[in-house]
Design a protein around this ligand. Structure first.
Ligand code: URA
Length: 433
């Protein structure tokens, strides 16, 4: 078999066989297929698509390119969640300890922010000392001992995805449904959880801009998960505007802490309770969504979710004094604000532009490995659908450098619209698959 023939077959819109896909992924992993051929192949897939069968073969080939964790030794069901990315999405920080405190182990490997999308690891690293580099043994041991882990990818999971994703990032081949589905699901399958809730975002700040494409991605990921013996459920949720009110790293951690203390913004609380409820049903801790939601609300109210979060931070060597006194967490030294320029109703808070403005301030990175500023970010004082008056503060800005502040402010203003007619609030969810 030759890599070039496989590229040509995909270029000519043919369905690749399992053997061809396995050969290609093995070649990518072992570096016998060079970057230029892997990139050409990714572009052919982006342009011509893949069948569900091809995508499943691709997912399993990528999952099998490295270790596959066996979490069945730890508990009958370990649950995981995955968000397809977004702005202000600090859900894992609340939902992982919440679900674990209900007695369902959560073993979660998260990523860093890239582009305008934030990352769970960066938010957790706002806590001095917090380790995100647990080994596979440490992952297993902690999951067994306290029922929760929130770390970076351990060991050698789906290395083929790591190589391909880095190439896709610089060759314009990220937004392909089969490539995204196989990338996400190969890592989830390798990470070993038996039940997985996928939070597929749609809107300005998501990979999928509309409901139809988000549904296609979600359906494909659920099918792949089921074919590989996992219980998978996908929620379709809004990412036209950021989730909650905080955007940044330490500032999002503070909002998660508030929520774990039974506070937090309404939309973010609702989002967390819904995701947690689906995890609890899938993990067989509750008979139905209503019972699961009651259990989740009670677990926040009685402080057990907070205790589990503190246990997690302690186990991963984070300094507890920072989560006990969140005012000590880093915060930008220069404060500014964006104000409403007219009376009316807030009709757009474009999540992508707000995410890009956060990257300008230094909260995110354009390239993998770049340093970030944990203290900068935004606090949204209003959300889409709310009435505002000229001069009202719409967004508070926390910056550390003046030139970045003015560029970020200009970007924020591009992402805001106010209209004189009443407009509806955005839905939180669009469906479940
Ligand atoms: N997240 C991933 O892990 N992979 C993709 O391709 C897109 C989002």
């Amino acid at each position: 078999m030759r890599a070039v023939d496989i590229i040509i077959r995909k270029r000519d819109k043919k369905e690749l066989t399992k053997a061809e896909i396995e050969f290609f992924i093995q070649g990518v992993t072992q570096n016998t297929i060079p970057d230029y051929q892997a990139s050409a192949w990714a572009m052919a897939v982006l342009l011509n698509g893949m069948t569900a069968q091809e995508t499943t073969h691709l997912t399993l080939a990528m999952a099998n390119s490295g270790d596959i964790l066996d979490l069945s030794k730890i508990a009958p069901i370990v649950v995981d969640k995955h968000s397809s990315g977004g702005v202000g999405d600090k859900t894992s920080l609340v939902v992982a300890p919440l679900v674990a405190a209900c007695g369902l182990p959560v073993g979660k490997m998260s990523g860093r922010g890239l582009g305008f999308s934030g990352g769970t690891l960066d938010k957790m690293e706002s806590i001095p000392g917090y380790r995100v580099d647990l080994s596979e043994d440490e992952f297993m041991q902690q999951l067994r001992q306290i029922g929760i882990v929130l770390t970076g990818q351990t060991g050698d999971l789906a290395p083929a995805d790591g190589i391909l994703y880095a190439l896709r990032d610089v060759t314009g081949t990220v937004p392909s449904i089969p490539l995204i589905a196989s990338s996400i699901m190969s890592k989830k399958i390798a990470a070993g959880a038996q039940a997985i809730v996928l939070d597929v975002k749609l809107g300005y700040g998501a990979f999928m801009k509309d409901l139809e494409h988000a549904k296609q991605l979600a359906t494909l990921m659920v099918e792949i998960g089921n074919l590989s013996g996992r219980k998978v459920r996908a929620l379709l949720s809004d990412m036209n505007q950021p989730l909650g009110k905080a955007v940044g790293n330490a500032i999002e951690l503070k909002e998660a802490i508030e929520t774990l203390h039974d506070g937090g913004p309404h939309d973010f609380r609702e989002h967390c309770f819904t995701v947690a409820a689906h995890m609890l049903v899938l993990g067989e801790k509750a008979a139905n969504l209503d019972a699961a939601r009651k259990l989740a609300e009670e677990t926040i109210r009685d402080g057990k979710a907070w205790e589990k979060f503190a246990q997690l931070v302690k186990a991963q060597k984070g300094d507890l004094s920072f989560i006990e006194n969140p005012d000590q967490l880093p915060s930008g030294s220069i404060e500014d604000m964006v104000m409403a320029e007219q009376d009316g109703y807030l009709s757009m808070l474009n999540a992508q532009m707000i995410g890009e403005a956060a990257v300008i301030l230094g909260a995110g990175r354009e390239k993998k490995g770049a340093a970030i500023d944990l203290g900068v970010g935004f606090h949204l004082e209003h959300k889409v659908g709310e009435q505002v008056a000229k001069g009202d503060v719409l967004i508070k800005i926390f910056a550390n450098e003046r030139d970045k502040l003015s560029a970020a402010k200009a970007k924020l203003m591009e992402g805001i619209a106010i209209q004189s007619e009443k407009c509806a609030q955005l839905p939180l969810f669009y469906g479940v698959i």
